[in-house]
Write a protein of this length. Structure first.
Ligand code: KG4
Ligand code: ZN
Length: 340
């Protein structure tokens, strides 16, 4: 029997809906929110209002592109958290309304588990290889930086995580310091392509185990620029590409050092990367290159599935549905990390 899941993602500033049938993507529709760029960051109040406006057309389009009518849906998966509470409330409430009106079960999904299962996202005709359990995932986004051992579709163990800023925040803060726009990650990535990554050195943290820290490297950039500008007020504009390339290389070195350690210690050779920062061209190249040297099978998502999307919520929801893990109608969103 075929299983069709309608999935809804609204944890931050992207409204997305997807239809997944038997683990394959039939549609994945996204509506971004340009409104935040002029404020230099996501404004929660504006994000929830934009979700309210976007959610109906996005779901309607996802159903039309998948060429299904609502009565063909077997369950509604939605992001319960973590994320912005007002944003999560829009998706959760809409999912509940659909569940009641269609008389179909609700399946809550942890947003991070969605990112972690994104290597399983594929379209019907795709013959791409899938990771075997257990695999390691480097989860890098605007809110999280973790190394996770994925034992199963439902079992995840965090081996290490950041003790302060997430790596996406480090990219965004670097962009802010050198007066680029928001979100800064893609802008730093683009400028870094024509810069010299060895031109400048920034301090790296010394943290034990598999944990990360990114606040020191950001401060190191800040102090370095403060001193350099004293001697030459045009220092940033004259060196912008080299600054981006060197800062990006430092972040990637920090990420890779712990990932390599975790792979060596566990002996796991299936290595994935997920989350918004996995769109970074330097990081993608390094993981693939390191994988070739070390005999890893690497799983780097297509750029469409790096940032927040409902397809990853659909795939995680599909496996929860198969395991009978349904949610009741009194389920509420959670803004912080949580276990399910
Ligand atoms: O996963 P995501 O879409 O949202 C969260 O769950 O946080 O990640 C957003 C983060 C932002 O910090 C953004 O700057 C970063 O991903 N990002 C990038 C790139 N594209 C997005 N960072 C570096 N290079 C990129 N190409
Ligand atoms: Zn995310």
């Amino acid at each position: 029997m075929s299983i069709t899941i309608l999935a809804i993602e609204s944890s931050c500033d992207d409204t997305s809906a997807s239809v997944i049938r038997d683990g394959f993507i039939l549609s994945n529709i996204m509506a971004g929110q340009d409104i935040h760029s002029k404020w230099g960051g996501v404004i929660p109040e504006l994000a929830s209002r934009a979700h309210q406006k976007n959610i109906l057309p996005v779901i309607d389009t996802a159903l039309r592109v998948a060429d299904i009518t609502p009565d063909r849906i077997d369950a509604i998966a939605f992001t319960r958290g973590p994320g912005l509470l007002g944003s999560l409330l829009v998706g959760t409430s809409f999912a509940k309304g659909l569940s009641i009106s269609l008389d179909r079960p609700l399946v809550e999904v942890n947003h991070l588990q969605g990112h972690l299962l994104s290597p399983f996202l594929r379209e019907q005709e795709s013959a791409a290889a899938l990771p075997s359990f257990p695999f390691l995932s480097l989860l890098v986004s605007g809110g999280h930086t973790q190394i996770v051992r994925v034992d199963d579709y439902l079992k995840f163990e965090v081996l290490g995580e950041t003790i302060d800023d997430a790596v996406g925040e480090a990219f965004d803060k670097c962009a802010k310091i050198i007066s680029l726009g928001y979100p800064g990650g893609p802008l730093v990535d683009r400028l870094a392509k024509s810069g010299n990554p060895l031109k400048f050195k920034f301090s790296k943290p010394r943290i034990s185990g598999y944990n990360y820290s990114f606040s020191g490297v950001k401060t190191s950039l800040l102090y370095f620029l403060r001193d350099s500008i004293k001697d030459n007020p045009d220092f940033i504009t004259q060196n912008i590409n080299d600054l981006c390339a060197s800062f990006q290389k430092t972040l990637i070195d920090i990420l890779m050092e712990k990932l390599i350690k975790a792979a060596d210690d566990t002996g796991i050779k299936d290595i994935a990367v997920a989350g918004g920062v996995s769109a970074n061209s330097g990081l993608r190249e390094r993981i693939i290159c390191e994988g070739e040297r070390r005999g890893w099978r690497t799983f780097v998502p297509s750029v469409n599935y790096t940032t927040d999307n409902a397809a990853m919520i659909g795939i995680a929801g599909y496996y929860r549905y198969l395991a009978g893990l349904l949610s009741s109608l009194d389920v509420t969103p959670v803004s912080r990390s949580f276990n399910i």
